[in-house]
Ligand binder design. Structure first.
Ligand code: CA
Ligand code: CA
Length: 497
């Protein structure tokens, strides 16, 4: 559904516009304490199988929640805040260089970008390359928890066909990205994105899976990836082409999976552009499974951009009190209670008091729920203060596992980094320095998309593990959640924006 184009003009790498506005109240306030969390996720963690006696209860057994809440009381000194309407132009990320962002923003040309949310239709967010469904595909739940994803059945030749306007990719750099959920691939060609003027050299673009690996090709001028695609899991894929260097690349979950210098430019300038099918065999080679959030841009994205698109799951600057996601996925929060805007660590931050919190009206954290037996209720105080005031980083592996950090100082900003992998376990960082770790541990996820709560546990203290928590009095700024384990140097960079 085309929505807010204004977001497009302002910050390009975050172009995929949010779907809903958040709410927050504004008043004068105070500075206090900050919790900035880099919670890392874990789609590749091996499963732990014994989750039967997990903590948690819930109505109808379907409530699941991960919580980022802090129980600590902090005194506040009053500081009035000017309400500058400024979005996150200073991205305190390790790598999204402002140069890149600026260039992209200022050089955008109408028609040089497209985004298909596949939210129950084939429309382009920018209204240039609207597509029509062929073969009556159905739609399914998006991994983002809002909108929808398309459900394509290969044997029924279902795909999206874009004929409303010719997408001119010939002799140009481009980046195509998509989220795919492959089902029952057998090694055949499964089309992701195509445009085929003729089945001759350099006239037929086919980005697809072949032999269960990514394959991006112009026809006899092709790059194939090396990693076998995993079935039945949401996966980020990209084909990047640099016309100046003739470099062809395929990317899998933000990691380069194949690269070569091509023999010639892509030269096709006619033929339908297709999502979920390619026409390299002369007829449709369809996808089988789900696809979501497909994009095209007329330039070669760099490795940092692709990595962020694939693994930066949400980012909140909280500038001007905004709960709009500045990352690629448009996952916006919703405030409950009084959230106030204060001077932040970077621009503005939000402050919680009187039990206020930020949560979601849907379950957007697919990757936090991945793997393992589905068990029916699952609630963890992911970052929480113990009764002694120490900051604790927690996970669930059939029992509570965690790493305990120091007591945090009041009335000053503290950066908290939390990473996890099965190999390294939980690592807790304070101001960029590792202060605690569990060592290797497994993580038993819920098996269902998750929620997160910031600032409170919404009354679930006693049945969330560990059984302490409650409301946080203090402020929060610059929250990043990645679905990969950040390195120590990446955490350090985020701690020093
Ligand atoms: Ca969608
Ligand atoms: Ca901020």
């Amino acid at each position: 559904m085309p929505t807010s184009t204004q977001a497009v003009a302002t910050f390009l790498p975050r172009q995929y516009a949010p779907l809903q506005e958040s709410t927050s109240s504004v008043s004068s306030q105070t500075t206090v304490k900050d919790i900035t969390v880099n919670l890392d996720n874990v789609s590749e963690i091996p499963s732990n199988t014994s989750n039967t006696n997990n903590v948690g209860i819930s109505k109808n057994g379907i409530w699941k929640k991960a919580l980022i809440g802090l129980l600590i009381t902090v005194a506040a000194g009053a500081v009035a805040v000017p309400l500058a309407l400024k979005f996150a132009t200073t991205t305190p990320s390790t790598s999204t260089t402002s140069t890149t962002a600026t260039t992209a923003t200022t050089t955008i040309v109408p028609g040089s970008i497209a985004f298909w949310s596949l939210d129950n239709n084939g429309l382009d967010l920018y209204n240039n390359y609207n597509g029509n469904p062929v073969g009556s595909p159905t739609y399914t739940t998006s991994f983002l928890g809002y909108g929808a994803a398309i459900n394509l059945v290969r044997s029924s030749s279902q795909y999206i066909s874009i004929t409303s306007r010719q997408l001119l990719m010939n002799s140009s750099s481009f980046t195509i990205e998509a989220w795919i959920y492959p089902i029952s691939f057998t090694g055949l060609d499964y089309g992701i994105f195509g445009q085929c003027q003729a089945t001759t050299t350099n006239l037929c673009l086919h980005f697809m899976a072949r032999n269960n690996q990514l394959y991006c090709a112009f026809y006899f001028n092709d790059i194939q990836g090396v990693t076998t695609l995993t079935m039945n899991v949401w996966t980020h894929v990209a084909c990047v082409y640099n016309a100046a260097t003739l470099t062809q690349q395929v990317w899998l979950n933000g990691v380069l999976d194949g690269s070569r210098t091509g023999s010639s430019l892509y030269q096709g300038s006619s033929g339908a552009t297709t999502i979920g099918a390619t026409f390299n065999p002369g007829s449709a080679a369809g996808f089988n499974g789900y696809m979501d959030q497909v994009s095209y841009i007329a330039r070669a994205k760099n490795d940092t951009e692709i990595l962020n698109d694939a693994t930066l799951y949400v980012y909140y600057s909280f500038d001007s009190g905004s709960l709009i996601d500045g990352g690629p996925n448009g996952i916006n929060g919703t405030a409950s209670g009084t959230i106030t805007i204060i001077t932040g660590r970077v621009n503005q931050a939000i402050q919680f008091s009187s039990g206020a919190y930020v949560s979601y009206t849907y379950a957007p954290f697919y990757f936090l729920g991945i793997n393992n037996n589905p068990f029916r209720s699952w609630c963890v105080h992911v970052l929480v203060m113990s009764s002694t005031g120490n900051i604790n980083a927690q996970l669930w592996n059939g029992g509570t596992v965690g790493a305990s950090g120091p007591i945090l100082p009041l009335n000053s900003w503290t950066h908290i980094g939390y990473t996890y992998s099965s190999t390294n376990g939980i690592r807790l960082y304070i101001n960029g320095a590792q202060v605690a770790t569990t060592g290797a541990i497994s993580f038993a996820a819920s098996g269902s998309p998750m929620y997160i709560i910031f600032g409170n546990d919404d009354g679930r203290t006693s049945y969330c593990t560990p059984n302490y928590g409650g409301s946080f009095n203090g402020a929060l700024d610059e929250f990043y959640l990645y679905r990969r384990e950040l390195t120590a140097s990446q955490v350090l960079a985020l701690a020093n924006p």
